[in-house]
Write a protein that binds this ligand. Sequence first.
Ligand code: 13P
Length: 252
Amino acid sequence: MRKYLIAGNWKMNMKPSEAKVFAKQLTDSIKDVSSDVIVMIAPPFTALQAVGEAIKGSVIKLGAQNMNDNEKGAFTGEISADMLLDVGVEYVILGHSERRQIYKESNEFINKKVLFALKKGLKPVLCIGELLEERESGKTNSVLKTQLVEGLKNVAKDDMKNIVIAYEPVWAIGTGKVATPEVAEETHKFVRDTLAEIFDKTVAENTIIQYGGSVTDASVDGLMKQPDIDGALVGGASLKADSFTRIVKFVR
Ligand code: 13P
């Protein structure tokens, strides 16, 4: 049976000193989360160590927001998988739409990172999602299919147990326009069917597919009631203890 994964993507927010206090607060407010929910928080690189120490021994897992696809060396400004592993990181968000759009990351480039993360024993959270104009022109499914096929190229079937897919419609990110549970479910079902095509039915059934885009404590319950929505990747609402705690404790 699939678990749920509720993750907080803090993006470029929280200084290490703030992050440490906030993470400690979360360990307390989240300690009685249901056993079928995995909780992960992804602070900025500079706060990873402090947050890792603050959540030690708690139910919360540590995630990073990006990673370089090389072992080490002359890559100014980059962070390696080993550096992440050394501070206790388990998950790494890859291919977020902000990286695709602002930093022009391609499916091919993201695929290299996915493969490298798997090789190093990190769990990639592969983000996919369509732009508003793509949805409005009926291209959603073909865009998502390309992102999945190219992003997961050369991934072994057996490695899929370590991959999470995050469906984040770009028009819903930071806009307050959350996808309705019905629209999100329809798209998640398509994503799952595509995984069955690329791999097989078992892989599709076992893969966690998160929804992301303006998830709040008010919208989470409706989304989590859908059969193919297995959690949430939360931006803005993960920066406040009360809203993130309520999201983690969603009611089905
Ligand atoms: P918001 O929840 O702020 O819309 O951000 C979603 C997101 O991009 C998470 O990765």
